[in-house]
Design a protein around this ligand. Structure first.
Ligand SMILES: Nc1nc2c(c(=O)[nH]1)N[C@H]1C(S)=C(S)[C@@H](COP(=O)(O)O)O[C@H]1N2
Ligand SMILES: [Mo]
Length: 524
């Protein structure tokens, strides 16, 4: 075969693959346009499958080392998988069409193929058109712009690629814009369906609501260290088992108490909202975070005491333990005693719970690692025999009480030449008694300034049902200023909890019990 024909063949085949990939991109973008970042998006079920197939070591690495980057990579992998699948279908259609001399076949293969694929994956025949139509459109335009057969020469092929490329990009932009609008997070946040003001306003118009005053007090209590997150987090961390979170409607949501109970109890959102509730500041911390990491945050939560909900069902547990289950397939087991003082929370910082944090309702269990604060909560199963939760099946021990930590997140040179250090300290319900700082690598220690306990703002545990014991499960900010020595020196922070226990010095990584050790930083 001479070089000339070889060249022509390469030119003819390359555009086919490209057009096929554009069709795949169109399908993913179009599906996003109609479904948003929900389970109706063709990519969503694929991320779930990929997550299940991923070896535990990789998952662990993604959480502890990559953090939320791991989630983005998973999403990217799922997008690539779907694009590839639609592209393969399209390319097959193109080749078959050539052989059978049928020009409609590629369009049908791309359109019907991606519609069927999306319908199978999402179980939504209507939303699946969002994937099918753009894919068919891309191939249709490519066909119209030039012949999809070999021998069309270079320039029609280029035109075809260009045309469909532009179409795919335009679809992508439209898809991204429309899709982000449809992602329910914004809707539930913006229109706060559970108009919190109705219950907290002091009566007179224009008065700050009770929650607004709590949040204002928390702002005032923050130490105001440059670069240190305030006591109520501006950006609350997120840890999820799936790259696409469930979009649960409050109107169809229910919560059931099941299992070893006298009588199962099911309530809907209105029932929940009609119950006695309370406001409480509470800190969450992920067992998988780095020692000086940022997966520790605090918010003002509003919710209903779990104890009252479970008691209504008459629990008869053989193991004194429960399993919490969620709409995303997540489940965590822990002792019934830990439920004491727990909430089913539906509000965060005076607004409806954002979708990312468990809308419409999540568990909020004082003093324990983040993972037992099950989001999108649907079931509280009272168990007869101990079982293992999602992360425990993967080797973690993250349902117990949090360890004590003092972090160093701010290192500032003050205008007067002094040095300022700042961070947060957290010890769960034990509370933080003292934070000590060393600026000479641990040889000598001084007491840092501490912010006042947040629980004082809400009157220790918040107002609400009188039978709920007060809980203080919040972090505190610390701050320390000193005259820096010449040159580099090591600063170390450590906390002493409310029982007088010093934070252990021994260092360990997050797996499986959470990170431990004293945070050390070199200051120049
Ligand atoms: N349903 C559900 N709940 C969940 C998770 C999850 O993936 N699914 N992640 C858990 C983990 S590991 C942590 S640390 C906290 C984080 O809560 P946040 O995302 O609101 O910060 O939620 C917990 N609850
Ligand atoms: Mo976590």
């Amino acid at each position: 075969m001479d070089t000339h024909s070889l060249q022509r063949r390469t030119v003819a085949h390359l555009p086919t693959a490209l057009v096929a990939v554009f069709a795949g991109s169109g399908a993913v973008a179009g599906s996003f346009a109609v479904a948003g970042r929900t389970q109706g998006w063709v990519v969503a079920p694929v991320t779930a499958v990929l997550a299940r197939q991923t070896p535990d070591v990789v998952v662990r690495y993604a959480i502890t080392v990559l953090g939320s980057l791991g989630q983005q990579l998973a999403l990217l992998g799922a997008v690539a998988t779907v694009v590839g699948a639609v592209a393969a279908l399209t390319a097959t259609g193109v080749h078959l069409g050539r052989r059978l001399n049928n020009r409609a076949l590629p369009v049908v293969a791309a359109g019907v193929g991606s519609w069927v694929l999306a319908a199978l994956l999402t179980h939504n025949l209507v939303l699946a058109f969002g994937a099918g139509l753009p894919a068919a459109g891309v191939v249709l335009i490519a066909t119209a712009a030039g012949r999809l057969d070999v021998g069309g020469g270079l320039s029609p092929a280029r035109r075809r690629v260009l045309g469909s490329g532009v179409t795919a990009m335009a679809l992508g932009v439209v898809g991204a814009v429309v899709g982000s609008r449809r992602t329910p997070d914004r809707q539930s946040l913006g229109g706060a369906p559970n108009g919190t003001d109705a219950e907290t306003t002091d009566g007179s118009d224009g008065e700050p609501t009770r929650r607004e005053r709590y949040l204002a007090a928390a702002r005032e209590q923050s130490l105001g260290v440059e670069g240190l997150e305030p006591l109520v987090s501006g950006r609350f961390y997120q840890v999820d088992i799936n790259a696409v979170n469930p979009a649960v409607e409050a109107s169809s949501w229910t919560l059931s108490v099941t299992g070893a109970v006298e009588e199962e109890v099911t309530m809907d959102y209105e029932d929940l909202r009609g119950r006695p509730w309370l406001d409480r500041f509470e800190t969450l911390r992920c067992v998988g975070e780095g020692l000086n990491g940022h997966k520790m945050d605090t918010a003002l939560w509003t919710g209903v005491p779990i104890r009252s909900l479970v008691a209504a069902a008459g629990p008869e547990s053989g193991c004194e333990c429960v399993m919490l289950r969620a709409a995303d397939g997540y489940f965590e087991e822990f002792p019934m005693a830990a439920l004491e003082g727990g909430l089913v929370a539906y509000g965060m910082n005076g607004r409806a719970l954002p979708r990312a944090h468990g809308y419409p309702a999540r568990a909020l269990i004082p003093g324990h690692w983040g993972e037992i604060n099950v989001k999108w909560l649907t079931e509280i199963e009272v168990l007869d025999r101990a079982a293992t939760g999602y992360w425990e099946q993967r080797g973690w021990h993250g349902t117990g009480p949090v360890t004590t930590v003092a972090k160093i997140h701010a290192v500032n040179n003050l205008p007067d030449g002094r040095q300022e250090l700042g961070g947060h300290a957290y010890a769960g319900t034990r509370g933080v008694r003292t934070v000590e700082v060393s600026t000479d690598g641990g040889a000598t220690w001084e007491r840092a300034d501490l912010s006042a306990p947040l629980a004082d703002v809400t009157g220790h545990g918040g107002y609400g049902p009188a039978d709920v014991a007060p809980v203080d499960d919040t972090w505190r900010q610390w701050r320390h200023t000193y005259d820096p020595p010449d040159g580099a020196h090591e600063v170390v922070a450590r906390a002493i909890d409310g029982t007088g226990q010093l934070q252990p010095r021994e260092e360990s990584g997050p797996f499986p019990n959470g990170p431990s050790g004293w945070v050390t930083r070199t200051v120049e």
